[in-house]
Design a protein around this ligand. Structure first.
Ligand SMILES: [Zn+2]
Length: 483
């Protein structure tokens, strides 16, 4: 006991001395575009990096600043640049992609201090340090113009009819839409300009007749394909994110009427038997939502086995294997239903904490669904739940994480028959708070509960979980399409 008190005291003394050293010397000043910015707590230097209170500085340069208390995250958005840092965390997200930080943000005296050079340079500012006057000299970026769409063209690839829009810079934000009577599919490129004003291309393939494009409003470029069939395009970006591709999959069109849910016309590789199976279990996917990219994540994997289920002290199942099996089923069901779906892992590999949201961000996914099963310290907790977090910027997607969670939870309770634990906001989880798009984590039953475990060891459970997830996702996509 005495020893631990002594260690605690020594620690406190070291912390106090450390703080004194950090704050020693002339106060550090911040200068933005030639003017001194006052902050309520002074900047500090840690390991050669200057940490500054973020809000006053960023807001004075016109950035949007968000603090998410539960996730301990600060997000700054300036023009097309978005930087997100988390307290005491050495991984930042810049435009949705991870970047290492040598000094993480800190909370000192109740204020959030951010590493000024890292954050500002990633917001496209120039940052200098004058050692004589101990001043951080910041030059804010030239006001960013819209991305100029230099050309819009049409081409045929082996697998698709493709519309290509080339920008002079990063394309920031895209929204897809689809309408009926007459059928149209299109995208809005936000914060963009099309100097030609208006144009069109005759395409006349079996999926669409023509492509029209225009400066839709002051900062939106709209591209619309006039469809022959109810087929949604799949939108992707080039690696440098300056070119947008809209692909209309040729395999979708197999002659005759293209419709969903058990009719022919979804490609010859799907047999009629399978078609009928799926249409009996899953709701029909609204064609207008079939271009939305759904990323399915099988939780854990490789050296991270997740929870384990034990009988008489012996491991009978590992969560990572159960998750992967269910995720593969969900993937197959959604693909057969005509959804645009991708798996983040399809094998038993190790993925680090941030690679999952990062991968979903990089591929511009519209929805991220992570497949897990639960466990607790004690054997009592049981049942199923869906975790979600409605983070900053979610409104732009047209559906919230909470809405998606509710669709899935309803199906999960019904299909598995396990106890309903409801949907739960979980802001601290990286898969939920580092992904840009609506995201949920499905937690199946508890491997630590003997009754749940008995159910979870069956083939029927895996299938029921997968059907529930696929059904919930399709209901969410359909609700989305209706907006
Ligand atoms: Zn898990």
């Amino acid at each position: 006991m005495k020893t631990s008190i002594r260690i605690a005291l020594i620690t406190i003394i070291i912390v106090i001395l450390g703080s004194v050293m950090v704050f020693a010397g002339e106060p550090i000043k911040l200068q933005l575009d030639g003017r001194i910015v006052e902050t309520d707590v002074p900047p500090i230097i840690e390991n050669g990096r200057t940490l500054v209170p973020y809000r006053a500085l960023l807001e004075s340069m016109g950035a949007e600043v968000f603090w998410e208390q539960d996730a301990k995250m600060a997000t700054a958005i300036l023009g097309s640049h978005r930087v997100q840092v988390t307290i005491d965390n050495n991984t930042a997200f810049v435009n949705g992609i991870t970047k290492p930080l040598d000094v993480p943000p800190r909370i000192i005296d109740g204020r959030t201090l951010i590493p000024v050079r890292f954050v500002l340079e990633n917001l496209n500012c120039a940052v200098d340090w004058d050692p004589d006057t101990r001043t951080v000299i910041i030059t804010s970026p030239e006001k960013e113009g819209p991305t100029v769409i230099q050309s819009i063209s049409y081409e045929e690839t082996d697998s698709s009819y493709r519309i290509v829009a080339r920008g002079n810079d990063v394309v920031k934000n895209i929204r897809t839409f689809a309408y009926e009577d007459p059928e149209r599919y299109g995208i809005d490129i936000l914060n963009a300009a099309f100097p030609e004003g208006v144009g069109s291309i005759e395409a006349d393939n079996e999926i669409f007749k023509s492509v029209r494009f225009s400066q839709f409003d002051s900062d939106t470029v709209r591209i619309v394909a006039d469809l022959n069939e109810k087929v949604a395009g799949k939108v992707s970006l080039s690696d440098d994110r300056s070119t947008v591709f809209i692909d209309f999959d040729k395999s979708i069109f197999a002659g005759g009427d293209v419709s969903r849910g058990g009719q022919d016309g979804r490609g010859q590789d799907v047999s009629e038997d399978e078609d009928e199976d799926i249409s009996g279990i899953l709701p029909e996917l609204d064609w207008r939502a079939s271009g939305k990219l759904v990323a399915i994540d099988a939780g854990h994997g490789g050296s991270d086995s997740g929870a384990t289920g034990k009988i008489n002290g012996k491991v009978v199942i590992m969560e990572k294997d159960l998750n992967l099996d269910i995720a593969l089923r969900v993937y197959k069901m959604l693909e057969e239903a005509g959804a645009n779906v991708v798996l983040l892992r399809d094998r038993d590999i190790t993925m680090n904490l941030y690679s999952r949201p990062e991968a979903a961000n990089a591929m511009n996914a519209d929805l991220l669904v992570s497949i897990h099963n639960n466990s607790a310290e004690t054997s009592a907790p049981n049942g199923v739940e869906v975790l979600y977090y409605d983070k900053v910027g979610i409104e732009a997607y047209g559906i919230t994480s909470g809405e998606v969670a509710a669709f899935i939870q309803k199906e999960l309770v019904r299909e598995t028959g396990l106890r309903d634990r409801g949907i739960i906001s979980a802001p601290h989880l990286a898969v939920l708070n580092k992904s840009l798009m609506p995201a949920v984590i499905i937690e199946g039953g508890f491997l630590s509960n003997s009754n749940d475990l008995q159910v979870m060891l069956t083939e029927e459970y895996r299938e029921a979980y997968a059907v529930a997830a696929a059904r919930g996702i399709i209901h969410a996509l359909n609700a989305w399409a209706d907006r």
